[in-house]
Design a protein around this ligand. Structure first.
Ligand code: DC
Length: 455
């Protein structure tokens, strides 16, 4: 590693998805600090209950919280210096916690402590809102899920191990109620960050989940430790602009990502997406777990300030209408230096849901560099902000990443041309498959509640 700080890993998900076990194991294996955010809230609920403080907004509660000393040491919560690890595990505390976490005074006490703990990097945060509210900048985010049945069975086994019994049906009802509570509350509701990697743990043993997470973390660490080339160097402004754009798009269009796990964590990657709207670059950029480079109309770079701004957020100029060897070289350099480049093979914007014949540039880049090509389907931007409209309108936007494709380099003139044509066809076919899958299954999954971001 260079002098960079170690990454922040955020693990969120519903109750019973296995977060606390995998977070503890992951932190142990990585030698990171564990910040169990649920346990912090449980400790606050315990304190409030013990001291008989009314659990309602107001100066009394705020004064009380201001004096409360909450700390995490080696993954264990200390309440005014007392180790409360077993006290916070009772059903009574769990019930009280579920309510106190809806109070702004409580979240305003606890969230900054969690941010402080994460500030130096090398931490695993575990909870409901760690990748969305506490650390929206976390380098690595996971969203753990499991079916209601699997979660109820796990809870049942846990309780049995503690010598307690409850019917699986009753536990299932309880989990369903907690899910509803967690996802619908106004403050920091449980939802998946667009750039989180979703892992369904229903059928996966804990060790497999941890192994998968370790792979992701190690790959990102290696990527961060590489002496960054010019193109692959991370732009600071990009991170800030991306956060704002993603938050806006979540608020206005319910921006959501699928298939983020298909994006290689390091090395060159060419994203090829359909194009229906000006919203496509921020939508894909807001969902991709890596900094992207873009190509943009050359004229835009001539606008004072704006030109400098878009260059600083990784845009590179391209001439419209015809081949542009300068843009091709700039794009090649991004990939050769291990960067991630987003291209819209169709060139210009078209109607929602309609894929048009591609221009040859994207396929040339894929064949010439041999970089993995991640197909991307952006749905909804053509409804939200089609060409010819002055202002956007509300419409759900979803970005789906597909498994990477690879194209071997052709050799002589004729072969190369054929290789380009084949790559073009296969890329567009992969985007079309994503479109058709999204259309067939897209709305079937339950949506977590609307986006909210505090930082
Ligand atoms: O994960 P857990 O069961 O220990 O969480 C206890 C409660 O705290 C649960 O009701 C969800 C809530 N919680 C929260 O609101 N925000 C977090 N970051 C973590 C937990």
């Amino acid at each position: 590693m260079t002098g960079r700080r170690e990454p922040v890993v955020a693990i969120d998900g519903p109750a019973g998805a296995g977060k606390s076990t995998v977070a503890r194991l992951l932190a142990e294996r990585l030698g990171y600090t564990l910040v169990p955010t649920g346990a912090m809230y449980r400790a606050v609920a315990l304190a409030i209950t013990r001291d008989g403080v009314p659990a309602r907004e107001g100066t009394e509660l705020r004064r009380y919280l201001a004096r409360l000393v909450l700390a995490v040491r080696e993954g264990t919560v200390l309440l005014n210096g007392e180790d409360v690890r077993s006290e916070i595990l009772t059903e009574e505390v769990a019930r009280a916690t579920s309510y106190v976490t809806t109070l702004a005074a409580v979240r305003e006490k606890v969230t900054p402590l969690q941010r402080q703990a994460a500030a130096r990097g090398g931490v695993v945060l575990e909870g409901r809102d760690t990748g969305t509210v506490v650390c929206p900048d976390a380098e690595i985010k996971f969203f753990l899920t499991a079916s209601l049945d699997a979660r109820a069975r796990r809870r049942h086994a846990e309780l049995r191990a503690q010598g307690r019994d409850a019917s699986v049906e009753a536990l299932r009802d309880e989990l369903r109620a907690r899910d509803a509570q967690d996802t619908t509350r106004a403050l920091a509701p449980l939802r998946r960050a667009p750039d989180a990697i979703e892992l369904d743990t229903s059928e996966l043993p804990v060790e497999r989940v941890v192994a998968r997470m370790l792979e992701v973390v190690e790959a990102r660490r290696r990527a961060a430790g590489h002496p960054a080339g010019r193109a692959a160097r991370r732009s600071r402004l990009y991170g800030a602009v991306r956060r704002v754009a993603a938050a806006l798009m979540r608020a206005l269009f319910g921006l959501e990502a699928r298939g983020v796990e298909h994006v290689p964590a390091e090395g060159p990657v060419l994203f090829v997406a359909n194009h229906a709207s000006l919203l496509d670059p921020p939508a894909v950029g807001g969902c991709a777990p890596r900094q992207l480079y873009f190509l943009a109309k050359e004229q835009l770079f001539r606008i004072p300030l704006f030109g400098a701004l878009i260059r600083a957020v990784n845009a590179r100029p391209v001439k419209r209408g015809g081949a542009d060897p300068v843009a091709l070289r700039a794009a090649l350099r991004v990939l050769e230096e291990g960067g991630a480049l987003l291209i819209f093979p169709e060139g210009s914007r078209g109607p929602e849901g309609v894929l048009r014949p591609p221009r040859p540039g994207a396929a040339m880049l894929a064949v010439m560099t041999g970089a993995p090509v991640v197909p991307v389907y952006v749905r909804g931007t053509g409804r939200a902000w089609p060409t010819g409209r002055w202002l956007p309108r509300p419409a759900k936007v979803r970005v789906t990443f597909g498994p990477p494709l690879r194209f071997a380099a052709g050799r002589r003139g004729e072969e190369r041309k054929q290789a380009y044509e084949r790559a073009s066809r296969e890329m567009m076919a992969a985007i079309a498959r994503l479109r058709d899958t999204v259309a067939a299954h897209g709305e079937a999954r339950p949506q977590l509640s609307a986006a909210r971001e505090q930082s």
